[in-house]
Ligand binder design. Structure first.
Ligand code: NAD
Length: 250
C-alpha cells in the first residue's frame, strides 16, 4: 500500500529540483500526479521521469488565465484535488541597493501572487481532508544579506500557511509549509554558474553554516512533503516543517 494511494496531487514547479523529486515520490506512493512548468520540453522530460500516469500542464503560476486553464483541466480529468504542493519559486542574490523594480516584481509575482492565486483558484476542487503544502524557506525567518526580496516572499509563504490553516480548518483542509535550508537543486547550483569546482565550493560554503555539516538532498524534502500530503499528518495544520539540518536553530 502506498501512502498516497488513490489521491490526486498537483505539484507546481514540478519540472526540476524539489518539485520534481516530490512529484516522483508522490507517484511512487500511489498518487495520480499533475505537474506544471513553463516550458514544454522540460515538462515532457519531467513527465517521463515521474512515469505512472503523470500529467504535465504548461502553466505559469503568475498568470491567472494559466491557473484557470490548469484547474479546468484537473476538474475535467479528475474532478477533485487531494494534495496541492505550491512549490514554484524563483530567487536571486542581489544587494539591497541594486535590486531593480523588474527583479522585485518578478520575484513577488511568482512567489507571492503566484502562490496566493494557485491556492485560491484550487479551493473549489479541494475536498474535505485535502492537504495544501507551501514551499517557504529558512530565509523566511533569517536575515540574509543580498536576499531581502526573496526572503520576504518566503516569509509571505510561511504566513499564508498559518492564515489559511486557520481559515480552512472548518472545511477540514490542512495547510502546512516546508522550510528547506540549502538543498542541492538546479535552482541552488545556478548561483555558482556551470563550473563544477564553483558548484562544489558553493555547497561547501553552505555546508559550513549548517549544524549537520552538509546541504540537503531533494529526496529529504520529498519525504517531508509525502508526510504532509498523507493522512499520517491528519491533525497537523499551520505547521512549518524545517528540512534544514538544524540551520534555522542557530
Ligand atoms: P528549481 O529552480 O530547481 O525549481 C523551481 C521550479 O519552479 C522549476 O520547475 C521552475 O520551472 C518552476 N517555476 C519557476 N517560475 C515559475 C512560474 N512562473 N510558473 C511555474 N513554475 C515556475 O528550484 P528548487 O531549488 O527546486 O526550488 C523549489 C522551491 O523550493 C522554490 O520555491 C524555492 O524558493 C524553494 N527553496 C529551495 C531551496 C534550495 O536550497 N534549493 C531552499 C529553500 C527553498
Amino acid at each position: 500500500m502506498g501512502q498516497l494511494d488513490g489521491k490526486i496531487a498537483l505539484v507546481t514547479g514540478g519540472t526540476t529540483g524539489i518539485g520534481l523529486g516530490a512529484a516522483q515520490r508522490f507517484a511512487r506512493e500511489g498518487a495520480t500526479v499533475y505537474v506544471t512548468g513553463r516550458r514544454k520540453s522540460e515538462l515532457d522530460a519531467a513527465v517521463a521521469a515521474i512515469g505512472a500516469d503523470a500529467v504535465g500542464v504548461q502553466s505559469d503560476v503568475s498568470r491567472l488565465d494559466d491557473l484557470d486553464a490548469l484547474f479546468a483541466t484537473i476538474r475535467e480529468r479528475s474532478g477533485r484535488l487531494d494534495v496541492l504542493f505550491a512549490n514554484a519559486g524563483v530567487g536571486g542574490v542581489t544587494g539591497f541597493a541594486d535590486v531593480t523594480e523588474e527583479e522585485y516584481e518578478r520575484t513577488f509575482d511568482i512567489n507571492v501572487k503566484g502562490m496566493f492565486f494557485t491556492v485560491q483558484k484550487a479551493l473549489p476542487l479541494l475536498p474535505e481532508g485535502a492537504s495544501v503544502i507551501l514551499t517557504s524557506s529558512t530565509n523566511a525567518s533569517q536575515g540574509i544579506p543580498a536576499m531581502s526580496v526573496y526572503s520576504a516572499t518566503k516569509a509571505a509563504a510561511r504566513n499564508f500557511a498559518r492564515s489559511w490553516a486557520a481559515e480552512l480548518a472548518g472545511r477540514k483542509i490542512r495547510v502546512n509549509s516546508i522550510s528547506p535550508g540549502p538543498v542541492e537543486t538546479p535552482g541552488l547550483l545556478r548561483f555558482a554558474g556551470d563550473d563544477a569546482d564553483a558548484q562544489r565550493e558553493l555547497k561547501e560554503n553552505f555546508a559550513s553554516s549548517i549544524p549537520m555539516g552538509r546541504v540537503g538532498h531533494v529526496d529529504e524534502v520529498a519525504s517531508a512533503a509525502v508526510f504532509l500530503a498523507s493522512d499520517q499528518s491528519s491533525f497537523t495544520t499551520g505547521a512549518e516543517l524545517f528540512v534544514d539540518g538544524g540551520l534555522a536553530q542557530v
